[in-house]
Write a protein that binds this ligand. Sequence first.
Ligand code: SF4
Length: 273
Amino acid sequence: MAKSISRSATGSTSKAAGSGAKPVGNLAAKPRRNNGAKSPLAAGAKAVGKAAKKRSAAPKFKPWTAAEVHEAFRRFQEANPEPRGELEHLNPFTLLVAVVLSAQATDAGVNKATRDLFPIADTPEKMLALGEERLRDYIRTIGLYRTKAKNVIALSEKLIHEFGGKVPRTRAELESLPGAGRKTANVVLNMAFGQPTMAVDTHVFRVGNRTGMAPGKTPLEVELNLERVIPPEFMLHAHHWLILHGRYTCLARKPRCEVCVINDLCQWPEKTV
Ligand code: SF4
């Protein structure tokens, strides 16, 4: 059982859910003049009212205190001092390729395909020599493999022609590569070059929102909120701790709250402890 820490009594800035939202309710409450028969307008307004109520039922979180965030990451660190990403790779180039291949696919599925691919194509030159058609054969078990094969060949070409065959070290350059977006850049900057970036995948997005630590409607919002609240000393590994927490403990369908090391800090109203 995770131990409790004392919480600051201040810092609650959450607004009361649904306060001041009246227009839909007023419409539904208009007096009926047809001897009690439900008008389509009133019925429709009621339905809209229900939907609005459901939307406003999204959890409102009290911002985590700095002490709470520090304590959460202290516990993650204690449980797993050197967290590792699970995408197998041999060097920055194969890491970049693995991340590009992992879009909408599992790390395990990508690893299965790249175990045979990377030993023969661990540089942009070798990947180009392999060619798109043969590359497709190696990765055909991965979703969207045709597009991904095209992108990997195109990014290998670009690395050779514009970056001397090396993986660049800046976000802008990484994001300019075919098939690479912000998440890819963040993973490569973090894992290959030791920069304290926060890549938000589906697991990090869920944990950030569910716990209330860094709520956001988009991955970018969650990323920026996490960067804002996580103490610098934990930033290098924070991305892996959160991914592993989401993958093995805070599962999408059945979170394992009973064994969760931050279950006393988590603000999810549906947590099971
Ligand atoms: S208590 Fe449950 S919902 Fe909250 S972080 Fe832990 S596993 Fe996830």
